[in-house]
Design a protein around this ligand. Structure first.
Ligand SMILES: Cc1cc2nc3c(=O)[nH]c(=O)nc-3n(C[C@H](O)[C@H](O)[C@H](O)COP(=O)(O)OP(=O)(O)OC[C@H]3O[C@@H](n4cnc5c(N)ncnc54)[C@H](O)[C@@H]3O)c2cc1C
Length: 324
């Protein structure tokens, strides 16, 4: 028996969210009295793979098939299914991110495993196996029972704190048998976005809405992001209008984010926007309208004109950084 964690690497490196998953998996394994096995793909060196041991993975399985260099949900699900069977995994954990959303449901069909998507906490009990997830666009929680022998959980980013739990991890290579029909759909070209901090990885996001009036006014938003080491994001109309790239659009129909700090500037706080950001640890909104719905959701609010407030905040942040 084991708890298996899918640990996606990005060009041979792991991101913090993967360490959160391994820490989470280790806690689940402790509850079940078993070990954590991590599975990853592609060209990753053993020392990097062993970093997962710091968070409690006792074994790392590297799937070596070169076919997996191109992402295919079917092929990945098939390869991970084989690792899950070889390790007798009872619980399999994914991040609730694009890879997890594509692979986990397919794997759940293959293994006849109950699947909880978007978990936010450890199981409250393992018998019966009960996990908490967000529902209704993040407005409520549901405690969901998984009744099958095999269980799959996808964990929301930033909902479980990383904690070191060092184990001397062994690394094993594995070549999976990938069925030909796993490549019914194959990417022909992958275009990566520029070197900016990605919206889902940023620990702080400075986000702009239609209240900023036009793309020419984003200089102060980018300046704030630069000072805070943050990423930038936006509401949907802003990307629909072409003021900002679609990769920055957050919300129900955009990216779902959960940074430690989300600063919303000139964003009304419509439910479809909040659905994508209300997993943030702390939310701050800056808006001229005291009745803007964002003030109800935010932890801190400034009623004021962004064109006055943001430059003043930028000066204050710079001063604070210089003095500390
Ligand atoms: C099916 C569906 C899906 C959707 N999905 C998404 C989604 O994923 N993401 C998303 O964002 N939206 C989404 N929307 C749109 C959503 O309903 C809102 O229309 C949108 O979020 C509003 O964007 P906004 O707050 O930037 O603009 P507005 O609603 O125009 O609000 C602008 C805000 O700026 C304030 N403001 C104006 N001037 C200033 C100033 N000088 N200083 C400070 N504040 C100022 C105003 O008081 C106002 O509150 C969706 C809608 C539908 C129907």
């Amino acid at each position: 028996m084991a708890v298996l964690i899918y640990t996606q690497n990005y060009d041979g490196k792991f991101k913090k969210s993967v360490f959160e998953l391994v820490t989470y998996g280790k806690s689940v394994a402790d509850m079940l009295g078993t070990d954590v096995v991590a599975v990853t793909t592609g060209n990753i060196d053993d020392n990097t793979a062993k970093e997962l041991g710091k968070y409690g993975a006792s074994k790392i399985v590297k799937i070596t098939n070169s076919e997996l260099n191109d992402f295919s949900a079917q092929a990945y699900a098939s390869a991970i299914e084989q690792v899950a069977k070889n390790t007798d995994a009872e619980v399999i954990v994914f991040g609730n991110n694009p890879h997890g959303r594509a692979i986990a449901p397919r794997l759940s069909v293959k293994l006849t495993a109950g699947f909880v998507a978007g978990a936010v906490a450890l199981p409250s009990s393992t018998s019966p196996f009960t996990v908490r997830k967000r529902v209704y666009s993040g407005k409520a929680f549901a405690d969901v029972l998984i009744k099958t022998d095999k269980k799959i959980i996808s964990l929301n980013q930033n909902s479980y704190k990383t904690e070191e739990n060092p184990v001397d991890a062994g690394v094993e290579e594995f070549t999976a048998e990938i069925p030909a029909n796993a490549y019914a759909v194959k990417p022909v070209e992958v275009i990566k976005s520029g070197g900016k901090l990605s919206v889902t990885d940023a620990e702080i996001l400075v986000s702009g809405g239609r209240g900023l009036k036009g793309p020419e006014n984003w200089g102060m938003i980018e300046e704030m992001a630069e000072i805070l080491g943050a990423g930038t994001s936006c509401s949907r109309p802003v990307s629909d209008l072409g003021w900002r790239p679609h990769s920055e659009h957050v919300g129900q129909t955009g990216k779902v984010v959960a940074p430690n700090l989300y600063i919303a500037v000139g964003i009304s706080g419509a439910i479809q926007h909040l659905a994508g950001v209300n997993g943030s640890k702390v939310m701050v909104c800056i808006n001229t309208d005291p009745d803007a719905p964002f003030f109800e959701a935010a932890d801190y609010g400034i009623i004021g004109d962004a064109f006055e407030v943001v430059p003043k905040l930028n000066e204050a942040f710079k001063k604070f950084k210089a003095e500390n």
